[in-house]
Design a protein around this ligand. Structure first.
Ligand code: ZN
Length: 344
């Protein structure tokens, strides 16, 4: 009961990449970089296990960014000529690669890190991939056509590639494949209309657990400012959850602590496992076990105990490493306290 997990990303050690950045530069290249990525992955695996996290991951140590890491292995994308684009409905500008031709996977994307983690832990392993709709919102398309029709074509083209990689990850021994779809909270109507269908295409045929993470973004300034404009009640999930409840996806990861998401919206996920965000990634204050157990307690009013997985609100990538380590330990302690409190 109350098995803990993290949304996905963890800070990169200073010897691997620049710290406290969303798109950090690597510190080395070639074989040395590959060695450093593997070392960082093992360090974080050990830290997660020592903290007492139940469902572990690779901390996304091998990818520069959660979307562009996947794109690096996709043919039909021009990484040489990035363009500036407003992403997440112009919330912030990013330098994004361009889609210039038909998309195809050049080979495996995450084989090395998935197999590495699998070989070093007996715990359930969750592996994250970007969702198709969020990828579409993080590239500039010059090939699949304008308007909504073009975006849908592009999303399903990516979904097919994601599905290939997801099936291969399953064969590597991954227990849960999670797709990250922060764009679902930005384009809610599109998400319900075709985003969930594209997500299901990405997860098609998987026999391992499938999950989707939908959040209000990393704890960066642009996101914190955006949240200020969302008012006292955040009801974005209300438009997407009914479509997800009907979908084949098994688990949904959502933001809870310190958000203005009405907890009763979790009721809309009837029949799904719910990864409840009990750790705030936008502030450095470490949650107390009591606070975490309280958050779990309030979610319990709407999610059955066997379906509730305490989790972080989002990835911890841009945080300071010490803060992230303390938050992982707090997450496990809070879940332990909740087990004592709510076990009957
Ligand atoms: Zn997130």
């Amino acid at each position: 009961m109350f098995e803990t997990a993290i949304a996905g990303s963890l800070p990169k050690p200073s010897w691997l990449a620049e710290t406290e950045k969303l798109w950090p530069e690597w510190r080395s290249s070639g074989a040395e970089l590959e060695r450093a990525k593997a070392d960082a992955t093992l360090v974080w695996l050990k830290i997660q296990e020592d903290a007492g996290i139940d469902i572990v991951g690779d901390g996304e140590q091998s990818r520069q960014h959660f979307v562009h890491g996947f794109l690096a292995r996709v043919e039909g994308i021009d990484f040489e000529h990035k363009v500036k684009m407003g992403i997440r409905n112009n919330r912030y500008d990013a330098m994004v690669p361009q889609v210039t031709g038909p998309l195809r996977l050049a080979g495996r994307v995450h084989e090395a890190e998935a197999r590495l983690v699998r070989a070093h832990t007996a715990k359930p392993l969750k592996f994250t991939l970007p969702g198709p709709m969020t990828i579409v919102d993080t590239v500039a398309d010059r090939f699949y056509g304008d308007g909504k029709e073009g975006r849908i074509r592009l999303a399903f083209a990516f979904a097919e590639l994601l599905n290939q990689e997801a099936r291969a990850l399953q064969a590597d021994g991954v227990d849960i494949v999670q797709f990250d779809e922060p764009a679902f909270n930005v384009y809610m109507a599109d998400a319900a209309e075709w985003g969930v269908a594209a997500l299901e295409r990405a997860a098609e045929g998987l026999e391992c657990k499938t999950a989707v993470h939908i959040c209000y973004g990393y704890g960066i300034r642009a996101n914190v400012d955006w949240k200020e404009t969302l008012g006292g009640e955040w009801r974005q999930y209300e438009q997407v959850f009914p479509a997800l409840a009907k979908s084949a996806i098994d688990q949904v990861s959502l933001e809870c602590l310190h958000s203005h998401v009405p907890a009763e919206l979790m009721r809309l996920l009837d029949g799904k496992d719910v990864m409840v965000g009990v750790i705030d990634v936008a502030c450095d204050v470490i949650e107390t076990p009591e606070e975490i157990a309280d958050t779990i307690g309030s979610a319990l009013r709407f999610v059955p105990r066997e379906r509730l997985f305490p989790c972080t609100n989002c990835g911890l990538a841009p945080m300071r490493r010490e803060v992230a380590e303390a938050k992982l330990a707090a997450l496990a302690q809070g879940a332990r306290l909740a087990r004592e409190r709510y076990d009957r």
